[in-house]
Design a protein around this ligand. Sequence first.
Ligand SMILES: Nc1ncnc2c1ncn2[C@@H]1O[C@H](COP(=O)(O)OP(=O)(O)OP(=O)(O)O)[C@@H](O)[C@H]1O
Ligand SMILES: [Mg+2]
Length: 1079
Amino acid sequence: MEVKTSLLDNMIGVGDMVLLEPLSEDSFLENLKKRFEHNEIYTYIGSVVISMNPYRSLPIYTPEKVEEYRNRNFYELSPHIYALADEAYRSLRDQDKDQCILITGESGAGKTEASKLVMSYVAAVCGKGQEVNKVKEQLLQSNPVLEAFGNAKTVRNDNSSRFGKYMDIEFDFKGDPLGGVISNYLLEKSRVVKQPRGERNFHIFYQLLSGASDETLKKLKLDRDFSKYNYLSLDSASVSGVDDAANFRTVRNAMQIVGFMEDEVQSVLQLVAAVLKLGNIEFKPESRSNGLDESRVKDKNDLKEMCELLGIEQSVLERAFSYRTVEAKSEKVSTTLNVAQAYYARDALAKNLYSRLFSWLVTRINESIKAQAKTRHKVMGVLDIYGFEIFEDNSFEQFIINYCNEKLQQIFIELTLREEQEEYIREGIEWTNIEYFNNAVICDLIENNKNGILAMLDEECLRPGTVTDETFLDKLNMICAQHQHFESRLSKNSKFLTDHSLPHNCFRIQHYAGKVLYRAEGFVDKNNDLLYRDLSQAMYKANHGLIKQLFPEGSPAKINLKRPPTAGYQFKASVGTLMRNLQTKNPNYIRCIKPNDKKSSHIFTESLVCHQVRYLGLMENVRVRRAGYAFRQAYEPCLERYKMLCKKTWPHWKGPARKGVEVLMSDLKVPAEEYAYGRSKIFIRNPKTLFFLEERRRQCLQDLATLIQKIYRGWKCRRQFLLMKKSQVVVAAWYRRYAQQKKYLKIKHATTVMQSFARGWQARKLLRQLKHQKRCEEAATTIAAYWHGTQVRREYRKFFRANAGKKIYNFTVQRIIQKYFLNLKKNLPSMSPVDKSWPSRPYSFLDGVHAELRRIFHLWRCKKYRSQFTEEKKAVYEEKLEASTLFKDKKALYPSSVSQSFKGDYLEINKNPKYQKLHSAVDEKVLLADTVSKINRANGKGSPRIFLLTKKSVVLADQKSGQVKASVPLLDLASVSVSTQNDGFFALKLKEGSSSAVKGDFLLSSERLIEIITKLYRLSATNADRVPLNVDISDEFLVQFKNDKVCVKFIQGSPRNGSGASCKRKNNRLLEVSVPSTA
Ligand SMILES: Nc1ncnc2c1ncn2[C@@H]1O[C@H](COP(=O)(O)OP(=O)(O)OP(=O)(O)O)[C@@H](O)[C@H]1O
Ligand SMILES: [Mg+2]
C-alpha cells in the first residue's frame, strides 16, 4: 500500500510559512533558521519556494528523490525544489500551460544552482529515447559553456553569474523536450578589463591557461603564467575547491556535445587569447608638433602576436590606437588619440570583443539547441538573473541590475496577487483586496519614457555639446527631485542637503529591496558603450571569420552615422520583452536566500537573512497569501487526512468528498468564518484552525494507534491461543493416529504373514500343477515338434543340400570300402597259416579295419587249416604244442625239432621182425621207438640202445639183439634234465628209493630229444594219479650213477663239421659235454 505523507508530517518548524503562527518577522526568521539548521533548506510560501543556500552538497538530489517527487502533489511531500519543478512540468504537460520559473535572490544565494536542479529534474522525468536524450544533453551541457564565459569569482560568489539568463525549454505535446532558446542579458563586460579586489576575470581565461595543452597554448601564443597578463587579477587567480584545468576539459567536452565544430572552438579560444594579448598592449606618449601628445604602442610584440592570431594587419590596428576618425555629415576628421584615450580604446575593444563573443556563443548554442519540429511548442522558461546588488561602490551595472530586479519584483507581486485572485474567482470565494507595497513607482522612476532616469541618461548621451556624468546628475537632480524614491544631495529636495551619507557625485534610489547609492561616474560612458569606428573597422578587416562576424558595423558598406542604441535603452527593451514574455506564462517562484556572507554551511546570519527576507518581500508574500485564506486543500485529500475526526466520515465516507468535508467541519464545530468552501477546495482562513485540525488528528491518530495496538494485541493473543488449541488438537489427533496406525500395522503384519503362508502354499500347489502342466505341454510340443520335424525332414531330406555331402561321403566311403574289399579279396594271401604276407591298405583310415581283417583272416585261415586235421595229426600237433611249451626259447635244439614230424615209432617195431621179440616183451603199445645213445659214465662215450616208450614205462634195449636192458616204470621217473644247448643229451632221473633206482640214472643222447621228452611229459601229465614230470633245463646238472653223483656240465665248443656233441669224463664227478656252436 502506498504510504500517504503530507507536507504537515514530520515538520521541522513549519514547511509552509503561510501556516506560521504568529506571523512576525522574528518567527519567520526563527522558522527559517530552525529549518536551515536541520538541513531543511526549502520552505514554502504557498506555491513559492524559499531556498536557503546550504553551501554544501546535501543528499537530497538523488535519483530516488526524483522518483519520490515524481507525479506527486505539491503539498504531498516535504518542501523541495523538485516539487515545484514537478508541479510546473506536469501543469505544462497535462494542462497545456506554458510555465516560467523565476529564480531570484542576491548574488551567491543559489539561483544558478536552483536553475540547474530544475533543469536536471525535468530532464530526468520527461520522456526518454535517443533523440530526446540528445536534446536533453545539449540543453544541460549549454550550462558549463555559458558559465565558463559568463561567470566569475566575486567576493560574494566563487561562481557568480555575470550575465542574466533566460532559457525557454520547448516541449512537444507528450512533454518530451524538443529544444530551447537562451536569452542573455547584459554581460558585466567591465570585468574583462578590471576586476574589483578579491575577484577574478571570467573563468575561461584561467581555465584556458591552466587546462590547455602546451601545444594549444603555443598555437595561441599564450604563456601559462597568469602574471604575464594585465587583464588577469592575480591576488585571487586560483579559487579554492575549483580545478580550472578540469573545468576547461569539461567546457571543451560540453562545447563538443552542444555541437561546436573544432574550428569554431579554435576561433573562440583565439578570441579569448586575443583579449589577453590586448590587455598587454601598452602605450607611450609621443609629442607632436602641435604640442599635443599622441599615443604610440610601447612594445609591439603583443600587438604583433594578437594581430597574427586574429589575422589583422598590424599597422591598421596600430593606427586605430593612435587616431580617431570623426565623421560628421560628409566630413571626415582624423584626430590623434592621447595615451589615456588609447587605453580607453584598447579596453573598449577588449570589452566589446569579449561581450560580442559571449553573445555569439549564446546565438551559436541557440542554433544547436533550437527545436527542429515546427509544431506548436509548450514552453518552460527558466530565469536565472543576477540578484539585487548593493555594493559599496555602485555603478551603471548595478543600476541596470537593480532595475531588472525591480521589474521582477513587480511581476512577482502582480502575478502572485493575480494568481491568488484568480484562484478565489475560480473557486467562487469572495476576495477582499489586500494592501501591499507596489514598486511600480520605482520602476516608473527608472524607466519612464519621458522623465525616467534611463530616458534622461539617453538624452544626455545623445545631446550635442559637452556631456559628462555631472551634467547627467544635474539633470537628474532637477527632474527627479520630487520623486519619493530618489535622493540626491544637490536635488531641489532640501531634506537631503545635510545628508552626509550622500556624496555630491552620487544619487540614491530607494529600491524595494533597500536604498542603493549610485556613483554617477561612468554612467554616460557605459551607456554610450562607444567603440571607435576605426577599431571596429580594423576588426572587420581581420582575416578571421568570427571576428568579422562580431564587428559587422566595421563594414565599409555600412556607413551609418546614426548612433547605435545605448546600453540602457537596449537593456530596457530586452527587460520589457522579458517581462511581457513572463506575463504570458504561469509563474513559479524560487526565492533564493543566502544564509551568510562567508560561504559557510553552518552560519545563519540573521541580519543578512532578514535583509533578504525584507527586500524579497517574503513577509508581504505570506500576508497576501494569508489575507484571504492561509490554507487550501482539495476536498479529497482533506477528507482523507481528517476523516478520522468524525464518526460519520470514519472509516469510510460514501458520498462526495465535499459533503464529507462539510459534515466533518460541522461535526468538529469549526466556526463558519474560519473556512469557506470553494468549488474543488476547502479554504481555511487561519493557520490556527489548521493546527487545531492537525492537533485533533494527532490525538486521534494516537487513539487510533492505541486501538489498533489493542485490537492487534487481542488478535495476537487469540491467534496464539487458537494456534495452541489447534496445535493440541493436531498433536492429539496425530498421536491417536500414530497409536492406531501402530496397532493396525501389527494386525496387518500378522495378517500378511498368515496370508503369505496360505498364499504361498496355494501358490506352490498351483506352481506345481502349472509346472507339470507346462512340462506336459512342453513335452507334447517337443514331441510334436520332433515328430513334425522328423516328418518334414524325412519328406524334405532328399531336397537338403546338406545331406548331399553326407550321402556322397557315405557313397564314396562305401565305394572305397567296396573296392578295398574286392581288392583284398583278389589279393588275399595263401591259406598257409605261416604265410606272413598281407596286401597293403589303400587308405590310412582303413588301418584299424585292415589290421582287424588281417587278424580275422589269419584266425579264419588257422581255423580252416585246423579243420583239415585228422585225429592223429591233431595229436601230433598237440604234442608239438606241448614241445613248444616246454622248450621254446629254453633249449637251442628246439627250432630244429619243429619241422620234424613226431612219428613215434621210427623203428617200425611192430612190423620189423628184427624187433619181434622185443615187441612181445613189451606188453603195451609202443608209443615211441628209436635208437638212442647211452652215455657211458666211465668215458663219456655213447653206445646205441633202442629206446621204447609205452604208456607205463621206458624200455632200453640192445640195438642188435633187441634185448631189454632196462625197463623203468614211468612212475619211478622223478625228473628229466636237459641242457639249454643244441645237443641231444638228457638224463632220466629216478626217484630215490624206487626199484629202478638201483642201477642209477640214465644219461642218454638222441636227436629226437624234444619228441622223447615231450611224450614223456604228456604221459606223466595225462596220468591222473601222477604228478607231471619235472623237466629241468640247465647247463649243469647232477646224475646219480649207482652210488656216485656225477655232474654233467655243458660247454660251448668250437664249431665242428659233423654233428654231435662230444662227451668227456673229466674226473669222477664231472662229465663235460662240449656242444659245437651253431654259428
Ligand atoms: N542547493 C545547493 N546545494 C549545495 N550548494 C549550493 C546550492 N545552491 C548554491 N550552492 C552553493 O552556493 C554557490 C553559489 O550559488 P549560485 O552560483 O547558484 O549563486 P547565484 O545565486 O547564481 O549567484 P550569482 O547571482 O552571483 O550568480 C554555488 O557555487 C554552490 O557552491
Ligand atoms: Mg548565478
